[in-house]
Design a protein around this ligand. Structure first.
Ligand code: NCD
Length: 311
């Protein structure tokens, strides 16, 4: 399986997504060994270009590359020549001249990853572009669900919160629907995007109908940094109607899992009782993140290598 780019979930066929999830199993196993290293990507160069803050995504891409023996270089915008006024295009042309194999990019502008892909021969992986997409997050979420449920087919997945500004919601809606899940999006009317119809999911302006008999409950952070106006009266009010607590979660199936991509705002979209309960798999998602990103880097780095190439 070879990936030309991963800017959107739409870059993947169902078979490719399934193959990535399958190969991530082996990488999860490798990550649990005492020696977490394989020579698979020796001689390959991975650039991790982050224009936005990140803990999980950035660290897991770095570890994924290092565990596969790639040369990984982290570049954060705050420490780069972007601060001296260099444009995104010139930054990419500069990095491209150093022959990277994979360029991972996170940026606050929707469409940035697609833009970047025009100026590099490297395989571009979108690590989150504005409110658009975050495909590897959706893959790691699907992988985590499959650690608990035999299949995604027919599973009721409730994605709740700030849908309008969430690249996680968008990529998950596309991927989980493609893999057969019944995806429900729930949030205040002001945080449901106008183009929801294009995602083909059921939508709700209250949590309850989404939570009813759900197999998976995914809670999202309010993207305060992307909110230009007033979308709800106060965080307290938001939490009262859209925060996940034990009483609300009781509407889901008894064996439902609770997910959160992080970072969590405890007391806003999720209560401490739920965040710290065994039903919440947020840290499993983090572990899965490394394995899935190893699978993605492996698929990206195979480009230009014929199957008979012994190296
Ligand atoms: C998400 C992101 O950055 O889009 N976090 C992540 O990648 N794990 C979600 C968020 O910031 O709320």
């Amino acid at each position: 399986m070879t990936l030309q780019r991963l800017v959107s979930i739409n870059d993947l066929s169902k078979d490719q997504a399934t193959a990535l999830l399958q190969s991530a199993n082996a990488f999860l196993e490798l990550s649990r060994r005492p020696v977490r290293k394989a020579p698979t990507l020796r001689g390959k160069t991975v650039l991790n270009l982050f224009f936005e803050n990140s803990t999980r995504t950035r660290t897991s891409f770095e570890l994924a590359g290092k565990r596969l023996s790639a040369d990984v270089v982290n570049i954060s915008a705050s420490a780069s020549s972007v601060k001296k006024g260099e444009s995104l295009k010139d930054t990419i042309l500069t990095l491209n001249a150093m022959h990277p194999d994979v360029l991972i990019v996170r940026h606050s502008a929707s469409g940035a990853a697609q833009f970047v892909s025009q100026y590099t021969q490297a395989v571009v992986v979108n690590a989150g572009d504005g409110t658009h997409e975050h495909p590897t997050q959706a893959l790691l979420d699907a992988f985590t669900i499959l650690q608990h449920k035999p299949s995604l087919t027919g599973l009721k997945v409730a994605i709740c919160g700030d849908i309008a500004h969430s690249r996680v919601a968008r990529s998950n809606a596309l991927l989980l629907s493609m893999l057969g899940a019944d995806v429900h999006l729930a949030g205040p009317r002001t945080l449901l995007p106008a183009d929801l119809g294009a995602l083909g999911c059921a939508t709700h302006e209250r949590l309850e109908p989404a939570l009813q008999d759900a197999d998976v409950v995914m809670m999202l952070r309010i993207q305060l940094e992307r909110l230009g106006g007033v979308y709800f009266p106060s965080l307290r009010e938001y939490s009262r109607f859209f925060g996940l607590n034990a009483q609300r979660l009781a509407q889901a199936k008894p064996d439902a899992i609770v997910m959160h991509p992080g970072p969590m705002n405890r007391g806003v979209e999720i209560g401490n009782d739920i965040a710290d309960s065994p039903q919440c798999v947020a840290l499993e998602q983090v572990e899965a993140g490394v394995a899935v990103r190893m699978a993605v880097l492996y698929a990206c780095s195979r480009l230009g290598q014929s199957d008979s190439d012994p190296s």
